[in-house]
Design a protein around this ligand. Structure first.
Ligand code: ZN
Length: 436
């Protein structure tokens, strides 16, 4: 008998985005899946055994774009007049403090664990060292960034020049890149808010340090036309000219793209991601085409202010948008099937985290990041197709266990790495005191 840390027995297992097997065991040790198959109890002796009866295990969901610093804006953005970035988000972020960021990260980590999100990419905020310390404790896997921009007229608390902006990420990188499950990415908030000098500096640093560079891209018409006016070319063409594109570049949103930009994205190996709930008020991307071309597409929530951090919601919304926009006019009901949606969240998410080949599947040698769903509930059972039910009917509250890097972060919906009750109390107290 070989020794392992954890053995999951007799579960239904979604091994990737489409392959589902019944009565399977999973052996995990040192953070990695060692073996997956039937009857592993005969071969592996485990320190801890989890019963898979009535459960479905699958790779943990990956949020390719979220904002820790907007966690305390939940409920304060819906139906607001555009552009909420300048009217609500920016003023709010300029008032963040280390205490608020700690609370934001605690609330975000707690929400992600309860929603089945094992990995995330933070799109950039402030006091990220404080957030990083919390995420380290939470056990989640994540990439963190500093909000990076140097435009004139920003509130004094967040105004900085190009060197100062990039230096913040340098320091965060030195302290937290590859510390536990964390990575640090360079970021450009949005091209309109960044000088040529800043774009050049951030791109150079990301390349030197072999990490990713991310930016909000092609999200609003006004933003795109601002760059066309300033630079005489489209946003992705501008980044190509600046030498910033490559497989280390993550373009969030990427909604309003020309043919030439899509070709550039493909040629340079750029990764993109969409945020369906947030994007609904802006534009509909041509995702079927991007996927057909082999471009890695992930899915993000865009932070808790845009409808919370549940990727289960985002998948349902995205499926509906894709069907009505691309499916119905072409008489194609299968324009965005369940398999494709899980592929976006899992494989696109692994690409956004720079973890292709190590995340997004339950397979020997892959990192042990997984969740279980309690399928033994009236709204999920019986079902003639578990994969379809997973997409159509499962919600965040059905996520039962979470394992990240082999560590149990939630068991039977009890969060083990964070104090749920205290975080709920503190964040409620914050919201009540707001504006007093
Ligand atoms: Zn965003």
């Amino acid at each position: 008998m070989a020794a392992c840390d954890l053995l999951i027995k007799n579960a239904a297992v979604l091994k990737d985005y489409e392959t589902l097997e019944e009565n399977v065991d999973i052996a995990v040790s040192e953070g990695v899946i060692r073996e997956i198959g039937k009857g592993l109890g005969e071969k592996w002796e485990a320190k801890e055994v989890l019963s898979g009866k009535g459960k479905l295990f699958m790779p943990g969901l990956i949020d390719s774009h979220m904002h820790t610093g907007q966690q305390l804006l939940k409920g304060l953005v819906l139906d607001a007049k555009p552009i909420i970035w300048t009217r609500i988000m920016l003023p709010f972020e300029s008032t963040l403090t280390p205490e608020k960021m700690r609370l934001s990260a605690q609330a975000a980590a707690l929400e992600m664990i309860k929603c089945g999100t094992t990995g995330f990419v933070d799109a950039g905020s402030y006091f990220m060292e404080d957030a990083a310390a919390v995420y380290g404790e939470s056990g989640l896997r994540g990439a963190l960034s500093y909000s990076t921009m140097d435009e004139e007229g920003l509130p004094a608390s967040i105004a900085m020049d190009a060197e100062g902006a990039v230096k913040r990420t340098d320091d965060l990188f030195d302290h937290f890149h590859h510390k536990g499950n964390l990575k640090v990415y360079y970021s450009l908030r949005a091209l309109n808010s960044c000088s040529n000098k800043l774009v050049e500096l951030a791109a150079k640093k990301a390349e030197e340090r072999e990490t990713m560079l991310q930016a909000h891209m092609n999200e609003y018409m006004g933003e795109v036309s601002g760059i066309v006016k300033r630079e005489g070319m489209r946003p992705y063409e501008y980044l190509e000219k600046m030498g910033a594109l490559g497989s280390h570049f993550l373009g969030a949103h990427s909604l309003i793209l020309t043919e030439a930009e899509i070709e550039l994205i493909k040629e340079r190996g750029v990764r993109v991601c969409h945020c369906p709930f947030s994007n609904c008020g802006k534009a509909v991307p041509d995702t079927p085409k991007l996927l057909e071309m082999g471009i890695p597409v992930g899915m993000g929530t865009d932070g808790a202010a845009h409808g919370g951090l549940s990727l289960w919601n985002e998948m349902k919304i995205f499926r509906s948008i894709m069907n009505i926009y691309h499916g119905v006019p072409n008489g194609n009901p299968k324009v965005m099937p369940a398999e494709r949606l899980f592929q976006i969240v899992l494989e696109g998410g692994a690409a956004a985290l720079g973890e292709e080949g190590s995340l997004g599947r339950l397979e020997a040698g892959y990192k042990a990041d997984m969740i279980s769903i309690n399928m033994d509930q009236p709204h999920l059972c019986p079902t003639g197709n578990k994969l379809h039910t997973l997409l159509e009917c499962v919600n965040a509250g059905d996520v039962w266990d979470m394992i990240v890097g082999g560590r149990l972060l939630m068991k039977n919906r009890k969060v083990l790495s964070l104090d749920e009750e205290r975080i709920m109390y503190e964040s409620r107290k914050y919201m009540e005191a707001r504006g007093q």
